[in-house]
Every structure is written in C-alpha cells, then in structure tokens.
Design a protein around this ligand. Structure first.
Ligand SMILES: NC(=O)c1ccc[n+]([C@@H]2O[C@H](COP(=O)([O-])OP(=O)(O)OC[C@H]3O[C@@H](n4cnc5c(N)ncnc54)[C@H](O)[C@@H]3O)[C@@H](O)[C@H]2O)c1
Length: 502
C-alpha cells in the first residue's frame, strides 16, 4: 500500500465526520464525498466539535493538521485518495454499488475499507475492481476518541491489505483488532447486541427502567471492562484457580438459563418505555451537552489508563512514543542547522530545537496567557525529546533507569496566548556520568521572541535501588557529543540565576 497522506471518505454522517476529525488531527489530509452538498457544512462542524476533546488527548508534539476538502462526486474523491473509508448507510445493495464504483476510479494500490457495523466483507467486495485491497474497518462512535477498529477480510482480501490497513490505523492512534473469521456483526457488536437484547427484555417485562439498567453497569462492570474486559476479570473472580473455578461455580446458571436468546418484539409500548427511560436519564440535557460530557470523560479515562499502560492507555502511549520519535526526527536535520567541523559527531553547534507545539486552549489561565505550570510541562516535554534523541526510551526506562529533575528555575520574559505556535531550544551546559545540566529557551513561533527560559539539573536514578546511578555509556556519549558541539556558544545570561535582585 502507498504511504497515506490523503484519506478519502465516502459518506460524511456521524461516522464519516468522526474519521475526518481523527485523521486531520494527526496530520492526514481528508477529501470527503457525500451525495448531499449540505454535508460539507455538517462535516466541518463535526470536525470543529471534536477538536476541544481531541486536543486534550495527548500533549505529545503533533504534526501540522491536515486539510479538509469536500466533493459531491465520489469519483473525484477516489482518484485523489491514498486510502478510502466508506461510511454510507447500512444497506448491502447500496454499499455494493458504491464500493464497486469507487473501486473503478481508485488505483489498485489504494486500500478501500468499509465502516459497516455488521455486513460481511465477502458480500461487500463482490463487484469491486481489485477486491483484494478491500476490508472492513469497523470503528466505534466517537471515532475520534475511541481507538478500537475491527479489521475483517473477505474471501478475496489478501493479508497484505489487513496489515497495511492496521499500520495506517495505528498511525492515527487506533487499536486494530483483526477479526480472523468473518461473521455478521463482527465481534463487538455481537457482544453489545447480546447485552442490549437483555436490556430490551428486562424493560419489556417491567423489571427495571433503562436508568436502573445503566446503573447496573456504570457503578460496577463498566469500571472493570475499560481495562480488563470480561474474561480476564472473570479469571480474577474465580480466586486462586481463576477461570476454571469461575466456570465450575457459575457454569450451571448458563443451563438454566438466566438470559434469553431471541430479542423481544419491538412493540410501541416497549419503544415508548425505552425512549421515556432515556429521556428521564438525560434530565433535560441536550445531545450536544451529553456528547461533550462523554468526550471529556473518554479523554480523562484514557489518560488514567495510560499511567498503567493498559488497554486504550497503552494505545495512547505507543501513539505518543511515535509522535515524539517523529518530532525528534523532523527536528534532527533542519536545513538551517550549522554543523561544527569536528564537534560531536554531526550534532549542530547551536541549541537544539526538539519541541514544536502550540499553546492549547486549556493551557491558558484567566489572563488568557499560558499558565505557570505549563512552562514546566513544556520544558519537561523538550527534555523528553532530548532524551529520546540520545537513546532514553520506553525500553531504557523499563530497565529501572530514569532521569529525575532535581532542580529547576524558570524565568518569564514574555507571553503566549491560546493557539500560538511555540518551540523550545535546548543547550547542554554540563554533564558528568550521573548529571545533566540543561538550559531551555521557550520561543514564540510568530516572532521567535524568547518568552521564557528554564534551567534544570537532571539526575540519573536506578529506581529499583532507589539511588543515583551512572547513566548508560552510549547515552552519555551522545549527550557529550551535544555538549561538545555547543561548547563554543555563549553561556546564557540567565543561567545560574536565582530569585532575587539582579
Ligand atoms: N453510528 C454508529 O454508531 C456507527 C458505528 C460504527 C459503524 N457505523 C457504520 O457506519 C456507516 C455509516 O453510519 P452513520 O451512522 O455515519 O450514518 P449517517 O446516516 O449518519 O451517514 C451516512 C451518510 O452517507 C451519505 N450517503 C448516502 N448515500 C450515499 C452515496 N451513495 N454516496 C455518498 N454518500 C452517501 C448520507 O448523505 C449521509 O451523510 C454504516 O455502515 C454504519 O453501520 C455506524
């Protein structure tokens, strides 16, 4: 598959809008096609609505946002896209017809994927040109925040399509789950439907309301599911002998059974109960309001899970690793860098520009300028970028070796407002086998003015032994190369300052 710079979307409703927001945020251009011209305004609004939550998902440096264009002609979209995602209504003949049409106008190395919730890929790819590049890529709403995407191949799909789709989807922060056998409803919707069927029965039988049933999930199983799913949690519930004991204890109930397999008839009375129940739960809050609340907690949950490197938090972590790596690589060889003749093995004889970012809306305080503690965060991110450049990565930290900040001093010189591009340049002032002494300057992108300086001492620590330790010799050598290359620079005026009269 080709390198994806432009994502083509067919159908720009709820799901198409979600794909657009996610792709644009991670630097992919989007060309969206919908039969209805009014969907252009709709999709632009959907992207804008997604942005507040998306922009808080990670503080890792992001590439410039992608650009969005719109057409009512699917052929135009198909001829410009490097990867196509179909999101039109869930009707087999319509999808078959449109996928066949799009496949005739998209070069054969362009993957075409469908967001279908339950149709099978073999049926969908039936009339396509080059059907081997087709697969199902089933996302979850909101697509811009939930990482799960089920990948399913049909009879004519080749493994290379699944692998390439997985690579692209991981690149935009998703967790591809390869569903190895095509079945109606894939995996997740089968599970969701089973639960929903029981809900409909219980409401229909007048046993509980929709609100009570939601309570039965959100205060208990829902909290467990986000990190461990059903099976691993049941393994824990079985005590020392785990799943085997769990099955012995609760297996007989499966035969009673507690649950029903057929869904109840959707009578008017049942529909009314479901609608009235959920309206009572919404308690006057609009769909928009509830969406914002949902988006905010989805971001917060993923950031918590990130600390434990589990589930969606692990996906977020590996996305951030990639973003930091890309930012470091993009900043390694700037055309403006001047290289000293013999100094540090190709390191430039100037402060390193390792972090480019923008002042996020939530970083500003009541003065509309960046809050104090965000300066520490930005200098911390610059330091992370420096460490990545010299080989301190997840694997290094996984071996109980980290750098701690043991001293820092920030001097404020100017202001940055929400949305302004900023960047950090970093100078290594001193180094021994345990300590790194650095000096950062935070610049405003629009005029390069230094708006703050930050001086820090970092200490290498063996966390298992809980004491200072010698850093890896290769890491030391790379830091020394940087220090040596920068040794001819003037010592920053602010270095060594403490608070007090000048
Ligand atoms: N809504 C969900 O929660 C969800 C979740 C995962 C997957 N899906 C799947 O995603 C797909 C789209 O669902 P949705 O909820 O976004 O639907 P939607 O009704 O919100 O959007 C469908 C869009 O397709 C457009 N469209 C219809 N015919 C078209 C054509 N011939 N060419 C171009 N555009 C056309 C419509 O104008 C509309 O904008 C379905 O297959 C659905 O099963 C939905």
């Amino acid at each position: 598959m080709r390198n994806v710079r432009t994502l083509g979307l067919l159908g720009t409703g709820v799901i198409g809008g979600g794909w657009a927001a996610r792709a644009l945020h991670f630097g992919i251009n989007v060309i969206a096609a919908d039969v209805k011209p009014e969907m252009e305004e709709w999709i632009r609004g959907a992207v804008e609505n997604a942005e507040p939550a998306l922009s808080r998902l990670t503080f890792a440096p992001l590439p410039p946002k992608g650009t969005l264009s719109f057409t009512t002609d699917p052929r135009v979209m198909a001829s410009q896209a490097d990867y196509i995602q179909e999101n039109i209504p869930e009707q087999l003949p319509l999808k078959q017809r449109m996928l066949a049409e799009v496949s005739r106008h998209a070069p054969p190395d362009v993957i075409i994927a469908s967001s279908t919730s339950g149709l099978t890929p073999t049926d969908l790819q039936r009339d396509m040109t080059a059907p081997e590049r087709f697969c199902v890529a089933h996302p979850f709403n909101p697509v811009y925040l939930l990482p799960l995407v089920e990948l399913v191949g049909g009879e004519k799909t080749v493994q290379g399509t699944i692998d390439a789709a997985a690579r692209f989807l991981s690149y935009i922060g998703m967790h591809p789950l390869h569903v190895r056998r095509e079945v109606p409803g894939h995996l997740t919707d089968r599970l969701q439907e089973a639960l929903w069927r029981e809900i409909l029965h219980i409401v229909n039988d007048g046993i509980a309301t929709t609100g009570e049933l939601d309570e039965s999930i959100i205060y208990g199983p829902g909290l467990r599911w986000a990190a461990m799913g059903t099976n691993l949690i049941y393994h824990l519930a079985g005590g020392e002998s785990g799943m085997r004991h769990m099955l012995a204890q609760f297996g007989p109930c499966l035969k009673w059974p507690w649950t029903r397999l057929e869904a109840p008839e959707l009578t008017e009375a049942l529909i009314d109960r479901m609608v009235e129940g959920t309206q009572a739960q919404a308690a006057g809050r609009s769909i928009r309001e509830l969406e914002r609340l949902r988006d905010d907690y989805l971001v917060a949950i993923q950031q918590v899970l990130r600390q434990y490197n589990i589930g969606a938090g692990a996906t977020l972590r590996s996305l951030e690793e990639r973003l930091y790596r890309d930012a470091a690589a993009a900043n390694t060889h700037r055309p403006t860098d001047s290289y000293s003749a013999d100094a540090g093995k190709g390191e430039p004889a100037k402060p390193l520009r390792l972090l480019d970012t923008v002042v996020r809306p939530e970083w500003v305080d009541y003065n509309r300028h960046m809050s104090d503690f965000r300066y520490g965060q930005v200098f911390g991110d610059a330091m992370d970028a420096l460490y990545r450049r010299v080989g301190v990565d997840e694997a290094y930290r996984g071996s109980s070796r980290v750098f701690y900040t043991v001293e820092s001093h920030v001097k404020h010189l100017g202001e940055a407002k929400a949305g302004e591009p900023i960047y950090v340049t970093t100078q290594v002032l001193g180094l021994d086998d345990k300590r790194v002494h650095v000096f950062h300057r935070l610049h405003r992108g629009r005029d390069d003015a230094a708006i703050a300086t930050g001086e820090q001492m970092h200490l290498h620590v063996d966390t298992a032994a809980a004491k200072a330790s010698t850093m890896d010799s290769a890491v030391h050598a790379r830091l020394e190369a940087i220090r040596k290359a920068q040794a001819g620079l003037d010592r920053p005026r602010e270095a060594g300052r403490s608070i007090g009269r000048p």
